[in-house]
Design a protein around this ligand. Sequence first.
Ligand SMILES: Cc1ncc(COP(=O)(O)O)c(C=O)c1O
Length: 414
Amino acid sequence: MHDTKPFFLRDPWVYDQNKKRNLRQDARLGFDTRALHAGFHPLKNVEQFRAFVPPIVQSMTYPYPSFEKFPDYIYGRSKTPTVSVLEERLAALEGGESAVTAGSGSQALFNLIFTIARPGDNIVTTLNTFGEGYKQAATIFPERCGVEFRFVKEFSEPKAWDRAIDQKTRLVWVETPSNPCLQVTDIAAVAEVAHAHNVPLLVDNTTATAALQKPMELGADIVLLSLTKFLAGNASVLGGAIVGPEDLVEDIRWNTTEFVGAILQPFEAWLMLQYLETLSLRMERHSANAQKVAEFLAAHPKVKHVNYSGLPAHPHYELACRQMKAHGGLLSFVVPGGMQGAATVMNSLELIVHAVTFGTSRTICMHPRTITHEHMTQEERDEAGIDDGLIRLSVGLENPEDIIADLDQALARL
Ligand SMILES: Cc1ncc(COP(=O)(O)O)c(C=O)c1O
């Protein structure tokens, strides 16, 4: 009866590294211009909206033009207009073909894996991933879906990635710089290894953002984003996205999201569109402030170790300088005295807030051992560098002298 094929149950995505990507029309525009205009331009979207700011379309269902014809938007579980503007903008910023959003970054990762992996398949990654990602990899997917995760130890060694990949590998997943230890992985080198096996590379670009790092230009096929962090910049939105080839994005949208409804809502998408307008300005300032704070901590006698790729002592300083425009706003450091030492410092902070997230305009600290990485075994934590005295610091946009003064007085209590 209907003149188009059913809107759900698309063909599953099949990765083909030789398939040419469609170059986006806005690819010729600079990054800052895309952050302002991609997906919506007041003069080009007049048919749809006559407005300067993209409107919030809060409707969750859309009228059919006739019995036989499907509308462009059908129902809120698949896509809605304000969210589509955001998806276009995220794809443009990462340089990908297309994007699909989700209710959180963790949900975006889950949707991707759930869409592409089947029982018996495996995914190759490392222990250098965010806490919920590790939990999905270590327990949820292996125990409930029969998908194996292989954690590469020598992640700086392309051969180690090569050894872990086999016929059943569906994805190689790299988080760089990683949360919370700011480990840096060579995206181009891992892409080369993955592609030699015709396996796609996923890069989690949450900590750097596209303002500082372009994984797709270095060979990544798919990008994972938590919108909750620097992309929003103030902890007022929870959201996530997968950027990648259009056929993968449509597989996720129609074969997973449409059935479970784990979507981003229009108001959150609208907020994100406002916040993205200042992304590159914010990332520049976060990076400049973090550099000063990292240098202060590295020179402090009470600090055992600092993880920040902007310090020449970082094991991958040169790679990070090549791969990233600046080193970002996230760092972590180890204080003596283990858990007690961390508690003393964190309880003494007066300006810096103790909370679970990062990428906010206000400086935040968090204790990975007890909060985000508590599920790891001690052996895994040792390997990943999650010391009992490790404190993660997301350096905000305050005057850096004030952040440093707060840390200085707190460290003096040790
Ligand atoms: C690197 C990274 N990716 C993804 C996520 C997941 O994001 P969300 O908190 O939006 O689920 C996080 C959260 O901490 C993260 O640190």
